[in-house]
Design a protein around this ligand. Sequence first.
Ligand code: E4P
Length: 217
Amino acid sequence: MKFFVDTADVNDIRELQDAGLIDGVTTNPSLIMKANRPMKEVIADICEVTEGPVSAEVTATDADEMIREGKILAEIADNVCIKVPLTLDGLKACRHLSDEGHMVNVTLCFSATQALLAAKAGATFISPFIGRLDDINLDGMALIADIRRIYDNYEFDTEILAASVRTINHVREAALIGADVATVPPATLKALVKHPLTDKGLEQFLADWQKTGQTIS
Ligand code: E4P
């Protein structure tokens, strides 16, 4: 399973990239707003930090304008993945941009049939939003499972990018189902490494080691 980090904070991205934990980055207009800098600058900086796909989202709502914006974003760096919303216009833009050889991430997916359409439109990634479905008492993980089954049935190459991931358990379950990628906020990604028994065990080992009076040299 690949991990993308879901943020536009370049410092967080650099830290996780240096630790070898991430394979790419996803941003959205809300994350760009938090970064409080011009979008093209932020995306360019992120693309310098990571070689993996960096999703940059269009903000137009009609297909022609999405295509125009998408091409501008794609010029920033070779690893920009153009993110379009799962609307009819978004799918038209996806088909066009994908046919021209661009990576496309179709976002805001909330149903398996939407995901089927995105795959048919040539999406590189489909982003089903787990957390936002859970927020309204629907089952985000069931959606990941449905999409996995449908994509396997028809051998689509579109990668399932589990998004709106909020918990360690979301990552675990998405991995068990076989999502290709999870995009995870920095804090949740860092939390994946933690276990109280690891901390306790390490503390004991170090204390015992000190008692031996030895050093490794
Ligand atoms: C992914 O591409 C989305 O930007 C993100 O995962 C949305 O997460 P949220 O529902 O926590 O805002």
